[in-house]
Write a protein that binds this ligand. Structure first.
Ligand code: NAD
Length: 293
């Protein structure tokens, strides 16, 4: 079977084009131009790449952007002061603190210090609580991006069995909530699996839709997938590769070449979920202006 490639690159470009049009309209009407800020602590290569991509995406859609770069040895108290500054800055509509943070800083404490009305990553307990209650809020960017991809490709979800691999607070858990809610995409029967799950292969073989977010390169193999399934690969791994200019290549959590022929739909890495995460962040920032303006 030739699978349909679920191109996050393509869908995210469409989302960005739509946002850019809306920003133009805001400018014509003299409204508040959305402004996204990011705090980057330390000099981790992957984090820097992600933050730079976010700043570039802001430029593309006409948002304002601010990058706050802080030293890796900044104290937790000083970081919390920076967070408060962004909370109190009326120019900034939304902001993110790029994770992971250095070990000496409590990520949960920092996440909870972000003003919920500016929490465009959707990680604050208020955002997650509103999501559970189907109230308008900032959906966590990666799961929201996956939902957008499923919608764009009209992938049937109602009554389907969705198996999520991974139960992290930023991907697996919220993904399971979104796929179960009474909406499209949604209305799935959801099974959430994790590191203590037994007989994982038996479960994944029953999945109509598989969302793979466990963080292990090429973990999902063809024998774990039912014929005709939809597979969404969330994993991102930098694998050293001296033949590449960057010195690395990207792999997902799915062994793409052998899984793809069994699928009706499959998302690649790179060019799948990654770009959608950024598109969702921009959507959330626009929503912040609407909710708070
Ligand atoms: P995490 O490490 O926080 O969580 C991994 C989860 O997988 C855990 O809940 C764990 O119980 C489960 N798990 C581990 N081993 C397992 C196994 N053998 N069987 C079943 N479950 C198992 O990871 P995360 O933050 O959710 O990220 C997962 C992957 O997605 C990573 O590769 C990360 O880089 C990537 N990611 C990508 C994006 C994006 O924008 N594309 C965003 C966030 C995360």
């Amino acid at each position: 079977m030739e699978p349909t490639i679920v191109s996050g690159k393509e869908v995210s470009n469409k989302v960005k084009d739509d946002i850019a049009l809306e920003v133009e309209q805001i400018k014509v009407n003299g409204g508040k131009v959305p402004h996204l800020a990011a705090i980057l602590v330390g000099d981790d290569g992957a984090s820097r790449t992600y933050v730079n991509a976010k700043v570039k995406a802001c430029e593309r859609v006409g948002f304002g952007s601010t990058l706050v770069k802080l030293d890796a040895d900044i104290s937790e108290a000083d970081l919390l002061t920076e967070v408060q500054k962004l909370n109190n800055n009326p120019e900034i509509d939304g902001y993110i603190v790029q994770l992971p943070l250095p070990k000496h800083i409590d990520e949960q404490k920092v996440t909870e210090a972000i003003a919920p009305e500016k929490d465009v990553d959707g990680f604050h307990p208020v955002s997650l609580g509103k999501m559970l209650l189907d109230l308008p809020s900032f959906l966590p960017a990666t799961p929201a991006g996956i939902v957008e991809m499923l919608r764009h490709y009209n992938i049937p979800t109602e009554g389907k069995h969705c198996v999520v691999i991974g139960r992290s607070h930023i991907v697996g858990s919220p993904m399971s909530v979104l796929m179960a809610r009474n909406a499209y995409p949604g209305n799935c029967t959801v099974t959430i699996t994790h590191s203590r799950t037994q007989n994982l292969k038996e479960i994944t073989n029953q999945a109509d839709i598989l969302i793979v977010a466990l963080g292990k390169p090429e973990f999902l193999t063809a024998d774990m997938v039912k014929e005709g399934a939809t597979v969404i690969d969330v994993g991102i791994h930098r694998i050293e590769d001296s033949s590449k200019k960057s010195g690395f290549r990207l792999l997902g959590d799915v062994k793409f070449d052998e899984v793809a022929p069994k699928c009706a739909f499959i998302s690649p890495v790179p060019g799948g979920v990654g770009p959608m995460t950024i598109a969702s962040l921009l959507k959330n920032t626009l929503l912040a202006v609407k909710l708070n303006g």
